[in-house]
Design a protein around this ligand. Structure first.
Ligand code: SF4
Length: 397
């Protein structure tokens, strides 16, 4: 991530001082049955008070704070009524402007059915540079399987409108859906390539415990894709996107040309960031903090002058080093040994040299003097490889 390295050379330490901000908008029109995010449905009467509380939380920074990346996630930020959306963007632009002479990446998540032309135009006028659209699949058959409320007739017109603006378009796509074949998935990927997309995030469907989808799966009402099918689909995505010269830069993320999501690159480097809103996490000066997850509670707490943080943890340097390994290994460029030592104060070889040897023999990681990275064979097994490496931490101490 060259841009952050330039920051280091300017004297800012990006793992301590946030370069980016995450802002959470919890409201959704409907609660999709696979989703376990902090969402608020059927309480639109809270929107205005929520934005009041969010503004107070941001202003608690105490000063105008220039940042290089902003990510408004949800929930469904594009579900906000136009007036409220504009209010939010104005607050952000006032308190969190671009640093002088530095372009600011400004992303917002949206759903196809809620993103109107009026909102697109406003987002663009207010400095948004990147739209992350939750398409999930272009296939009419699988959108109801996911319990999504949009349909292809929402997706295509909104993409057509987005292409009229100089905005980066990122799509979320899901694979491993019940009943989905590799041919269906291949079709989704090609559709995405044909739609002027700049960036793709591809995720396998997970059955999160307690969600309605998980309950249906447990009862046998939904038949999940096999692990083999899911693995095949993941490999298919890599093959198709790399053949189209896309940059596979994180386990699940692909970019066309120079369109990596810089904000997410901060997370994957284990760098610092601010987080505002219900359920938002922040990581500042080595402190991890988490806000309350209930919107009404969040609003009430902030309005009564208290902090919405309900969990706070200061990581030891040692734990931070291990966490950095687990996070940075998800990047296709892997972990740079010199930067790692500078960032954590630990030597990569000393911490994980032994486990790397065995993983290297299995051709799951590639190890050089400068870096370690997952091989093509290792990428689909990233979670279990990282779990194996992290086991070393427990065994060592
Ligand atoms: S729109 Fe997104 S955030 Fe909202 S319920 Fe559906 S999956 Fe969850």
């Amino acid at each position: 991530m060259m841009w952050a390295e330039e920051v280091i050379s300017n004297g800012i330490i990006p793992w301590l001082t946030p370069l980016g901000v995450y802002i959470h908008i919890p409201f959704c029109q409907h609660h999709c049955h696979y989703c376990d995010f902090a969402v608020t449905v059927g309480q639109d009467d809270l929107i205005s008070a929520y934005l009041d509380a969010l503004t107070i939380e941001i202003t608690k920074l105490g000063r105008i704070t220039p940042v290089q990346t902003i990510f408004i996630g949800g929930g469904t930020p594009s579900y906000l009524p136009p007036k409220e959306l504009e209010r939010l963007l104005r607050v952000i632009n006032h308190w969190l402007p671009a640093p002088e002479g530095v372009p600011r990446e400004f992303s917002i998540e949206a759903t196809p059915e809620s993103l109107t032309l009026e909102k697109i135009d406003m987002l663009y006028q207010q400095g948004v540079t990147r739209i992350s659209l939750g398409v999930q699949t272009f296939n009419e058959k699988f959108l109801p399987v996911l319990d999504r409320i949009h349909r292809p007739n929402h997706i295509f017109p909104v993409l057509e409108q987005l292409r009229r603006y100089p905005l980066q378009i990122s799509l979320d796509l899901m694979f491993g859906l019940p009943g989905q074949t590799t041919a269906d998935w291949e079709k989704d990927l090609h559709q995405a390539l044909q739609q002027g997309t700049h960036h793709l995030s591809t995720y396998g469907l997970t059955y999160e415990k307690g969600t309605p989808l998980w309950k249906k799966w447990k009862k046998g009402d939904v038949i999940a894709c096999s692990e083999e099918e899911e693995l095949e689909m993941y490999k298919q995505a890599i093959l198709i996107l790399q053949s189209a010269n896309w940059d596979h830069y994180e386990i699940s993320n692909f970019a066309k040309g120079n369109t990596r999501c810089r904000h997410n690159e901060l997370y994957w480097a284990n760098y610092a960031y601010y987080g505002f809103g219900v359920g938002a996490a922040s990581y500042v000066e080595g402190n991890r903090q988490m806000n309350k997850r209930n919107s009404a509670d969040y609003i009430q707490t902030i309005m009564s002058g208290d902090s919405a943080i309900f969990q706070s943890e200061k990581l030891s340097d040692y734990d931070r080093a291990w966490e950095t390994i687990a996070i940075q290994l998800r990047r296709c460029e892997g972990i740079n040994a010199i930067t790692f030592a500078h960032q954590t104060g630990f030597s990569l070889a000393e911490l994980i040299g032994k486990v790397l040897e065995s993983l290297e023999k299995l051709n799951l990681v590639q190890v050089t003097d400068q870096k370690i990275a997952l091989t093509e064979q290792g990428k689909p097994l990233a979670d279990s490889i990282i779990a194996q490496i992290m086991k070393e931490q427990k065994e060592k101490y």
